[in-house]
Structure formats: structure tokens, C-alpha cells
Design a protein around this ligand. Structure first.
Ligand code: PMT
Length: 321
């Protein structure tokens, strides 16, 4: 068998796996509404405002074990990376489709306590509600920034919980961009399930406790990175992430992902230091981005988004030649 046949075979296997995944997935109940929102958002930003568009994925997907789900397998991610990156993309002039795990960290909320949120408020003597003085600047800033982004039509938030919802929405976003030939960006920071139970194999009701051994067969979730590059959005600039706990294998793993999935860039991060340092790996370079504690905007996402935005612009310019 020659090399081209071999790669065709790999492609076919992935296509078959992807088809099996989507065939088994319960359909989104609001897919029409999501499609309308996407078309409107993409048209508004690409035609009227000539903004670059990025899809930021954020938070972990769940793999349910029951159709009427009580138990699920979860993936670690607070959503901090995706939320803060969204803020910097908006600041850099992007329109952002924020595909996020329901209940995960949100853009513009970093200075507001989430535990307990009620800590922010107090009752006045005549039983009206007001923001406590200590939080008033932070709440004002958050409302203003969030409102500017949403009301200006630059931020579209789409929530998911399960791997089924996530991948169906990711496909819809990619295809909406492809339909108008958009060279947008995919910034895939979500922690995506590697294994799932196909819907038709799943029990309907809550699994009963009792047996000492629970036998659940998990199937591999097809890595959709190649599918995005090849079919869903071949013109898009694609950035994936590589998370490891062992720093000695991190950059090699990122390089392997770059090559295997034909990504334009892979952001390598180590669990313990992910808020301080990332390494951006492309075919031409390896650049370390560090949190700069001497700057006021001292998030590691600040240099990261600046760098990716530059590379994205070069990609768009080179593609137009
Ligand atoms: O949210 P925080 O707490 O701030 O943490 C941020 C983060 C550590 C989660 C983030 O920076 C990060 O590294 N995200 C990717 C984590 C991950 O799951 O990596 P992975 O090696 O399993 O997957 C690599 C890439 O393949 C990812 O871009 C993922 O979107 C993609 N993938 C994974 C599985 C799958 N079935 N299909 C995929 O496309």
C-alpha cells in the first residue's frame, strides 16, 4: 500500500468514527435558534464591521452515563483560560463566539466573588439592593465591559454541558464560517472528553447502586481537530492546546499534535504553571509567553493573544496573495 492510500484510510476511519458519533448524538433542541444567531453574528461582524472572528472554546465537556443523566464523567477545566482569553481577543478587536461549559468561569467576572456572589450586595434601610462599596468599581467595570461587548454584537455566548452538545455546536460554528469563506480563528482551549458512551448504548434511568463492579463500556471520541481542518473549516486558522502534568514531554507532545492534526499553532501548558507560562509551538518557532507581573494587565493570556493575533493577520494576508 502506498503512502497516499494509507493516509486516505486514516481519513476514512476518522470520517466513519465522526459519522458514528454524530449519528449517536441526541439532537440539539435549539439548533435552529443557534444557527440563526450564528449567521447573524458572523454577518454583522464580518461584513458590516470587518472584524476578525474567533471561536474560543472553554471549560470541560461531560460524558453522560445515563440518558436521564445523574452521573457523568467530567473533564478538568475551570474555564479561566477561555474567559480571560475572550477578554483579550475583544480588546484586540475580535468578535468572539464563546463556546463554554455552562456554569464555568465567564469573561469580565474576575473581580467579582462567585463564592458567595451575594457578598457583593447589601440592603439599604428602605430594603432596596445596592452594591457594597468594596465591589462597586469592579461590578461597574464588569457590567460596562460585558454590556459593550454584547450590545455591540461582538460577543456571542453559547453554553454546552455534554460532549454531544459541544461537538455539534463546534461543527455548526465551523460550517457557518466556511459558508462565507471566512478565515476566522479557532482557539480550542476546552478540555474535551476522550471517551463517551454512545447514546443508544446508554441506559435510560439512573444506574442503581448495588453491584460491586460497574461495567460501563466507553468508546473513543474521535479527535475532531483533523475534521475541522479538512472538512468543517479548511480556511480557518486553528489553535489547539496541549495540557500535560509532566513538563519533560510537553513540547514534544505539542509538536506531535501540530503535525498530526495540521494545526497552525499549538499552545503547550503544564497544569501547575498554566497561569504563569505557555509555549506557542508553530512549524517555524517555539515562543514562550510569560505572565508579566510588572504590567497591570498581567495575565499570561495578554502576550499569548497578542502573538496569536499577529500570526492570524499574517495568515490572512498570506492566504490572500
Ligand atoms: O480552564 P482552566 O482551568 O483555566 O485550564 C485551562 C486548560 C489547562 C484546560 C487549557 O489551557 C488547556 O490546556 N486545554 C486543553 C486541555 C486538553 O484537554 O488537552 P488534550 O490533550 O486532551 O486535547 C488537546 C486538544 O485536542 C484540545 O485542543 C482539545 O480541544 C482537542 N480534542 C481533545 C479530545 C477530543 N476528543 N477532541 C479534540 O478535538
Amino acid at each position: 500500500m502506498d503512502a497516499s492510500n494509507k493516509s486516505d484510510d486514516v481519513g476514512k476511519t476518522l470520517e466513519t468514527q465522526a459519522k458514528a458519533f454524530f449519528d449517536s448524538a441526541p439532537s440539539l433542541h435549539n439548533s435552529h435558534e443557534i444557527t440563526q444567531k450564528l449567521i447573524q453574528f458572523i454577518q454583522h461582524n464580518s461584513s458590516s464591521l470587518a472584524r476578525r472572528i474567533v471561536c474560543v472554546t472553554s471549560g470541560g465537556t461531560t460524558a453522560p452515563l445515563e440518558q436521564l443523566c445523574v452521573r457523568y464523567v467530567d473533564n478538568f477545566s475551570s474555564g479561566h483560560r477561555g474567559a480571560i482569553s475572550t477578554e483579550y481577543f475583544l480588546k484586540a478587536g475580535y468578535a468572539v463566539i464563546f463556546l463554554h461549559r455552562r456554569g464555568s468561569y465567564q469573561p469580565f467576572c474576575r473581580s467579582i466573588p462567585d463564592d458567595p456572589l451575594l457578598e457583593c450586595f447589601e440592603l439599604t434601610n428602605d430594603l432596596n439592593i445596592q452594591v457594597r462599596k468594596a465591589y462597586s468599581e469592579a461590578v461597574k467595570r464588569a457590567i460596562l465591559d460585558h454590556h459593550t461587548a454584547v450590545a455591540g454584537g461582538h460577543l456571542l455566548k453559547l453554553p454546552f454541558s455534554t460532549i454531544f452538545e459541544y461537538l455539534q455546536m463546534l461543527q455548526m460554528i465551523a460550517i457557518s464560517m466556511r459558508c462565507i469563506g471566512l478565515r476566522g480563528m479557532f482557539y480550542l482551549a476546552a478540555a474535551v472528553s476522550d471517551y463517551y458512551v454512545p447514546w443508544k448504548n446508554m441506559v435510560e434511568h439512573k444506574i442503581q447502586s448495588g453491584p460491586p463492579l460497574l461495567d460501563v463500556k466507553l468508546f473513543q471520541v474521535p479527535k475532531m481537530l483533523s475534521v475541522i481542518r479538512k472538512d468543517w473549516a479548511p480556511q480557518a486558522f486553528c489553535v489547539s492546546f496541549k495540557l500535560e502534568t509532566d513538563s519533560s514531554i510537553l513540547v514534544n507532545k505539542a509538536n506531535a499534535a501540530l503535525e498530526k492534526y495540521k494545526m497552525h499553532a499549538v499552545v503547550a501548558n503544564e497544569l501547575a504553571t498554566r497561569k504563569e507560562q505557555v509555549v506557542v509551538v508553530t512549524s517555524a518557532e517555539k515562543i514562550t509567553g510569560m505572565r508579566d507581573n510588572s504590567e497591570s494587565a498581567n495575565d499570561v493570556e495578554n502576550p499569548l493573544i497578542k502573538l496569536l493575533s499577529k500570526r492570524h493577520i499574517t495568515y490572512i494576508e498570506d492566504s490572500g496573495r
